[in-house]
Ligand binder design. Structure first.
Ligand SMILES: [Zn+2]
Length: 230
């Protein structure tokens, strides 16, 4: 069942992955997927996870990665700063989405007993922390990339940088919409939607959260591959 769902998700993201990575091959040691574009002018690539120095040839268009050396004295992935710092946005953002979801349900059902004003304040706080602290996480990632991977231009890093920028921009928009008071009534914590403009703000807010949840999920998933391999 879970494998079937993973296969369906894998098929759905394949066109996007192809656009981001181009043609790929798999590290013979740790099975991390690398892009042909990661190979330098000498036909060599260094796997960012296991440190295998790979010589890539493609006779008849078929990728044949051969391990010619191993980079030793590599810092263990779990000792790097970025994987630890990533728990701030990756951990907090879904909690903020959960809070916003509870407020959406409360606005539709209008149960009197729910402390919606408190949930609204807490959601804004968690959302602001997730987005506000994310530049530190990104800076830690760039630092790790420069120091541990020699700043090599991997497609997987490029993808992470692009998605990180997306997370900050969309997250900043969500925080601004929430803090403006146009989405939720400051008194009750429920969705106000008293005017077409406020309804538009609420739709934009939830759409932004939904898209950013996919963005941060992708960042976490791809980052997990960089730490644990596949
Ligand atoms: Zn590897």
């Amino acid at each position: 069942m879970i494998k079937d769902l993973m296969d369906i998700a894998g098929r759905a993201v394949r066109p996007f992955k192809r656009r981001a990575y181009g043609r790929t091959f798999v590290c013979p040691v740790c099975h991390l997927e690398l892009a042909f574009a990661d190979v330098d002018g000498n036909g060599l690539a260094v796997c960012p996870v296991c440190g295998a120095v790979i010589s890539l040839e493609a006779p008849y268009g078929h990728a044949v990665p051969v391990v010619v050396d191993m980079e030793i004295n590599r810092a263990q992935p779990k000792l790097r700063l970025h994987p630890m710092a990533s728990h701030l946005p990756v951990g907090l953002f879904p909690v903020a989405c959960l809070g916003a979801g509870v407020l959406l349900v409360a606005s539709l059902l209008a149960p009197a007993a729910w402390p919606t004003a408190l949930i609204e304040r807490a959601t804004l706080l968690v959302l602001a922390l997730a987005v506000g602290l994310s530049p530190l996480t990104i800076a830690a990632g760039v630092s790790d990339w420069r120091r541990r991977y020699g700043g090599r231009p991997y497609r997987i890093i490029r993808l992470k940088l692009a998605f990180s920028a997306c997370f900050v921009v969309l997250g900043g928009l969500a925080v601004a919409l929430h803090a403006s008071g146009a989405v939720f009534s400051p008194a009750t914590g429920l969705i106000a939607a008293a005017s077409p403009l406020e309804l538009l703000a609420a739709v934009a807010y939830f759409a932004t959260l939904a898209v950013n949840l996919v963005v941060v999920g992708t960042l976490g998933h791809v980052g997990g591959n960089l730490v644990f391999g596949r």
